[in-house]
Design a protein around this ligand. Structure first.
Ligand SMILES: C[S@@+](CC[C@H](N)C(=O)[O-])C[C@H]1O[C@@H](n2cnc3c(N)ncnc32)[C@H](O)[C@@H]1O
Length: 293
């Protein structure tokens, strides 16, 4: 990531979900509250994102967006929306079954913790993100800081997660926690991921869970979505957001110990979550892993 600018991929996800919410066919996949929150971020971030937002909100742009999607990563918009729906389902289920703390690592502009903190008044929430991204989120949504929603800015490639930073902000390691790292680990080196997983486990009471996504290693060893074109490689490289970590499911089971993998969710599981998607492309290559301590 570039140190002074918010994550471009996080901004792109925000714009993608606004676009999907505006599409009558898939509107229900992105709640109005989420779409409004993404709109607000794009309106506030810069004149460039404000203009981009205006464009993505136009009906005439939809076929152009479809074309852009086809020549970059076919099915990426549905992948983003379904990935979010799957993880939101997992965390909501944990919260109704005794989990009282949720930490979203690499939260980007996702409004999940905001929504959950309204729906679960007895629970506490934390967002950890790169300072450059988090600063922009707080600038766009200045009213989100409440007593039960905490923000911790850390560059995980540089310093790693400091246990004390969380504990200082009311995090209690004796309470059951649900950790989320969605669309994050592919940007970190394996040693940083390993140390992050160890720190999370040291902060987790028995029964705590983590849901994270990872790029599945391909036979050609490239770390990317299966249908990703060279244009995307070039763009990610230019933005300093190239994927640097990918793995296989078997390797992962060992890599994340002491976390115990419960299950994986891939494109087949995501497709099954929603009816009417039989003829739609869904990007493949990024898998969700749910693990427990
Ligand atoms: C692709 S975005 C995903 C955002 C969000 N989780 C989502 O799925 O909508 C990647 C996120 O990882 C964060 N990130 C990337 N590198 C990071 C680092 N070294 N330290 C902390 N956060 C980082 C970015 O700031 C951004 O919020």
């Amino acid at each position: 990531m570039q140190n002074d600018e918010a994550s471009r991929t996080a901004l792109l996800i925000a714009a993608s979900l606004v676009l999907l919410h505006r599409d009558p066919k898939h509107s229900s996949l992105v709640s109005k509250t989420s779409a409004d929150s993404y709109v607000h971020v794009l309106e506030t971030y810069s004149s460039q994102t404000r203009l981009f937002l205006k464009i993505v909100q136009q009906g005439w742009f939809r076929p152009i967006a479809k074309l852009i999607e086809r020549i970059t990563i076919p099915g990426i918009l549905l992948h983003y929306a379904l990935r979010k729906k799957c993880i939101a389902g997992l965390v909501r289920s944990a919260l109704t079954n005794g989990t009282t703390q949720v930490v979203v690592v690499g939260a980007g502009f996702d409004p999940l913790s905001l929504e959950l903190h309204l729906n679960f008044p007895a629970s506490e929430f934390w967002e950890i993100d790169h300072p450059a991204t988090q600063r922009q989120k707080l600038r766009a949504l200045p009213k989100i800081g409440t007593e039960r929603l905490h923000f911790v800015a850390i560059d995980l490639s540089a310093t790693g997660l400091d246990r004390e930073e969380l504990i200082k902000r009311s995090f209690d390691p004796t309470h059951r926690t649900f950790w989320i790292a969605e669309g994050l680990l592919m940007y970190l080196r394996p040693d940083k991921i390993s140390s992050l997983m160890t720190t999370l486990s040291s902060l987790s009471a028995p029964g705590s869970r983590v849901a994270f996504t990872f790029m599945e290693k391909r036979s050609d060893d490239r770390i990317q979505f299966d249908s990703q074109t060279k244009l995307v490689d070039w763009w990610l490289h230019k933005r300093g957001e190239s994927f640097v970590w990918g793995t296989t499911r078997d390797e992962l089971v060992e890599f994340v110990r002491p976390w115990r993998v419960i299950r994986f969710f891939d494109q087949y599981d995501l497709r099954r979550m929603e009816s009417g998607l039989a003829d739609e492309a869904i990007a493949t290559g990024e898998v969700i892993c749910l693990a427990e301590i």
